[in-house]
Design a protein around this ligand. Sequence first.
Ligand SMILES: O=C[C@H](O)COP(=O)(O)O
Length: 525
Amino acid sequence: MSNSNYSQISELLHQETYLGNGELKTWNGKKDEVHSTISSTSEYSKTLLGTVPHMDEATALEVLDHACKAFDKGKGTWPTAKVSFRIKCMEKFVEQMKTKREEVVKLLMWEIGKSLPDSEKEFDRTVEYIYDTIEDYKQLDRNSAKFSKRDNVNAHIRRGPLGVVLCLGPYNYPLNETFALLIPAVIMGNTVIFKPAKHGVLLLSPLLEAFRNSFPPGVVNVIYGRGREVAAPIMKDGRIDVLALIGNSKSAIALQDQHPHKNRLRLVLGLEAKNPAIILPDADLDLAIAECISGTLSFNGQRCTALKIIHVHEDIREEFNKRFAQKVDELKFGNPWEEKVQLTPLPEPDKPQYIQELITDAKEKGAEILNAKGGQVSENYIFPAVLYPVSKDMRVYQEEQFGPVIPIKPFNSIEELLDEIADSNYGQQVSLFGKDIEQIAPLIDTLVNLVCRVNLNSSCQRGPDVFPFTGRKDSAVGTLSVHDALRSFSIRTFVASKDNPYNNDILQKLLASKESNFVNTDYIL
Ligand SMILES: O=C[C@H](O)COP(=O)(O)O
C-alpha cells in the first residue's frame, strides 16, 4: 500500500464479481467486509453482493499521508493547479462515470433497496450536478477581474481551497450526496478522503477506476472500514482541515471531538430534520394528501427532507386522516426492480424493530393506527403506520424516525403551532398547505425565520440542486447546492496593492492570463 490507495483497491474490486457470489478475501492482513443484498425475497437475501477492503488504522493514516502530500499545505500541484486543469480532470471523470450507469443503478437497487426509477434519477441527477458544478466553477473563476478599490488600495480576489477534507456520506443517497460533498471540495482545489456509509459501500467500486484515471494521485482517496478504526484516527492525527458529513449529528460531534485543534476545523454538515407539514382548513386536500404521501414515504421516509410529522387543523382532520390512511394502504410494496413499486425493503436490518418500538410507545400513550396495513412486519420491512393523535410525550414526536411511520397531530391555534415549530431542535424545511393569501403571507414571513425553506403547497425536498440546501439549529452547518458548496469548500483570499507602476504591471500579468486563479467575485471591499 505504498502508492495511491484507491488504485489498488480499484484493482481488487474489479477482480470481484460483486453481483455474484464472491468469496471472502484477505487484504492487508484483514478479512474483507461482506455485504449482502437487502432484497425482500429469501431467494436473494443470502446473495453476497461483494466485498470491500476493511482497512485498519495504519492504512487509513497512509491514505491521509497521500491526501496531505497532494495538498502539501497549499503548495501542492492540485491546490495551485490552473483552473482549466481542474475542469479538464472533472470533465474526464464525469465522462467515464456516465459509462458506469447501469452498474451503479443496479447497486443502488441491490444495496440500499432504492426503486429502479429513483436509482436512475439518483445517477442522472448526480451527473447533472457535476456538469452544473463545472459551469458554476467557470463562472466563479471568470477572469474579467473586476476591480475593488478603496482608499487607493486595489484588491484582486480569488477563492482558495481550505485543505484536506474528510467526507462521510449517508446510505440513503450514497452516490448523490457523496458527490454533493466530494465534487465541489475537489474542484475548489482541496484534496479529499472519502468514507462511504456501510450500506451503499459497493457502489463506488465501479467509479474508482474513473477517479484514478481522472485525478492526480492523492486528490481523491477512498477509505473503507469502521468509523472508529479509520475515520477517528484520521481526525485524531490533526491534519484534517474540513469535516464534511451528511448523516447524523452524533457521528459528526464524535468525529469533531477527536480533532486536536477543534477550533480551526471547518465543518460542512447536513444533519437530521423533523420537517413538518401544516394542513390549514382551506387546503386543497387532494393536493395536500398526494404531496404528503410522497413527502412522508418516498424511499420509505429515509430522507432527511422527508415530512416527519403532519399537523392537521381540527376542522378538516377527520376527512384528511381517512383519505390519507386509505391512500397509504394503496401503496405497492415490492423489490426495487419491480414495476411501479412504491415501498421497498429497508437496508438497515434493525429498522423494522425500531419503527415497531415507536408505534408501541405511541399506542401506549393514546395514539391509534389509522390504516389497516399499518405496522405489518416482514423480514426486512414494516408497512407504514399512520398514527393519530400524536402528542409531544411520544417518541415518534421527539425522534427523527427516518423510516415508514407517519405521526399526525391535530392543531387549533396556528400561534401555538408556530411556538412548537420554533421550539424544535431542528430547522430545515416546512410544507404549508392552504389557499388564503391573507393568512398565508404573514405565516410565511414567520416560518422562514424558523426553517430555511418553506414549500408552498408542496412536499419538502432538497432539489433542484442549484437551490441552497441548509438548515437551522441541529439540521445543518454550512450550505450545500451547486452554487453554495463551491463557497462552503473555499475561502476568499486576495492580493491588496497600492497603485504604483510595479504593482500594476505585476497585477496586469496575473490577470491577463486566461489561466489565472485570480477571480472576479461579487465581493466589493
Ligand atoms: O436525506 C436527505 C437528502 O438530502 C434528501 O434529498 P431529496 O429531498 O432530494 O430526497
